[in-house]
Structures are given as C-alpha cells and as structure tokens.
Design a protein around this ligand. Structure first.
Ligand code: MG
Length: 284
C-alpha cells in the first residue's frame, strides 16, 4: 500500500514536471556595438574593402568597391571584429543554466552575415545568426543582396522565430544600441516583450524598458534577471562571483540631459514681479 502511494507520488511529480516545462523566451540581440565594440562596416573599411564613414546599407547598394569583397574577405573581417567579453558565458547561461526559464539566443544584424558568423564562430551557432545575405557570382564576388536585416527586416525575423519556437508573443527580450533597433524595439514593446538599450542613443534609450552601459556583454544579464526572471541584486552579484566575475561598479543613474541657451526674448521683469502681477490680477 505504501509502495503504491509512493509510486503514485513519483508519477504525480513526473506529470508536474511535464506539465510545467521551462518558460521559453526568445532572446534576440543586435551585433554591431551591442555584442562588439566596433562596426562590421568599419572593419571592412579598415581592410580597404569599402570606403570609411558610410552607412553600411548605403555602401552595399552604391559602392562599387564593396562588390569586390569576396566571402573570404568577409570571413577575415569577422576575425578582426573586437567582441565584448563574456558573450560565451551569456550564451550558455541564457540557454540552459536557469531553473525556470530558457532563452533561445539569436543575433539579428544589418551587417553581412559572413562577418558576424565568423566573429562569433565557436560561441554562437551559425544558424542562430541572421544578417544581410548576398548572392555571389561565379568569380566569388558579391553580385546582389538577398536580404537585409535592418529596421522592419528585424521585425520580420522576430516574427519568424516566434513562430518557429512556438512561444508566447510577450516572451521576447531584444537588445540593441542604435537607430536601426528602433522599429524592432517598438514592436517588441507593443507585444509586452522586454527591451534593453546598451547605449545612450537619444532615440533608443527612451524607448527601451531598461538601459545598461558596460564593456562586458554579461551586463545584459542584469536587467533580464531583475525584471524578467525576478532576482534580487544580491543573488545577481552572487551569480557573477560564482562565475569568477566581480561586479565592481553598479551605479543606477538617471540622467537629466539639459541644454540651456540664452532666450531670444528680452527679459522684461524679474520672475517674482511677474508672479505678483498675476496674483493681483486674480484679486477682485
Ligand atoms: Mg548596433
């Protein structure tokens, strides 16, 4: 009888485990200046493949020099990208170290997909990286653009991934640094997802639900653990320490950005005087 009861309990536990799997989230991150310090366009410019200073999308379409770039050049450029440290730790932790949640980690970038796959080789699987794709001619040169992952292009990939992962539309975390992330962040916010800015970009920071500035990619984990998973700061510090990392400074800053210029209108009265006047206007 007791054995039967025990078996019953084990069965019940198994059932509970099956009916309560880990919550599945889509974690989507921009690449240039979010997971790296520099821009893939800048790296290509350093290799004299494109002119420096142009928008990558513009260069792709209009710079004839760029078309000389071959796949192997893009691969080489990827090896020269300066990655932020701890992307590997972030990837492993989000993928399978949390008890109740699992974040499927994807990279979405306007940069050439070959550059980003090469930069993240051995850290993030190639099929988790979406970027601008080219068709090459027989000489191995870029012939045309197949797809650009920027602006609404990122929104389309997010929708495709949600469909693939079969998860709730609100279970998205998106991280980015610049103007090309605005559309996708607005989209994710509208669906009650979670958005993180990793820069002080004047257009992006007010849209993102949280901003975090750090030279380490692992800092992205802080707002996720606090706001999505619901951890306390003490627990987050302990986690970092368990990984051999120390949060040396953790300042929560709210910045008022103020520009003050001389006004065009001449000052007629002191402020106090104006108040007194309006006060007397109210009197009968
Ligand atoms: Mg970026």
């Amino acid at each position: 009888m007791r054995m039967h009861a025990l078996n019953h309990q084990v069965e019940l536990e198994n059932k509970t485990e099956k009916t309560h799997p880990k919550k599945r989230y889509l974690f989507a991150s921009d690449f240039d200046r979010t997971l790296s310090f520099n821009d893939s366009g800048y790296v290509l410019a350093k290799l004299n493949l494109v002119q420096q200073g142009g928008e990558l999308a513009y260069l792709l379409l209009h710079d004839p020099e760029f078309r000389k770039a071959r796949k192997e050049h893009l691969h080489e450029a990827g090896k020269r990208v300066r990655l932020k440290p701890n992307i590997d730790v972030l990837y492993r932790f989000l993928s399978d170290e949390l008890e109740d949640c699992r974040f499927d980690f994807y990279v979405l970038s306007a940069g050439p997909v070959e550059v980003i796959r090469s930069a993240l080789e051995g850290i993030i699987p190639a099929d988790h990286i979406y970027g601008t794709e080219f068709a090459y001619n027989r000489q191995g040169e870029i012939e045309r653009i197949l797809q650009v992952i920027a602006g609404y292009g990122k929104v389309a990939v997010i929708d495709e991934l949600l469909e693939k992962l079969k998860t709730g539309q609100h279970r998205i975390v998106y991280v980015g640094d610049g103007s090309s992330d605005i559309h996708v962040m607005l989209h994710v916010n509208r669906r009650d997802g979670f958005t993180i800015a990793v820069s002080e970009n004047q257009y992006l920071a007010p849209i993102a639900k949280r901003s975090v500035l750090s030279d380490s990619a692992l800092a992205i984990l802080i707002p996720i653990l606090e706001d999505v998973v619901g951890w306390e700061r003490r627990l987050i510090r302990e986690l970092f320490e368990a990984k051999g990392l120390l949060i040396q400074r953790w300042d929560k800053v709210q910045t008022d950005k103020v520009t003050i210029v001389p006004s065009a209108a001449p000052v007629e009265k002191p402020v106090g005087a104006a108040l007194t006047e309006s006060d007397s206007a109210l009197r009968p």
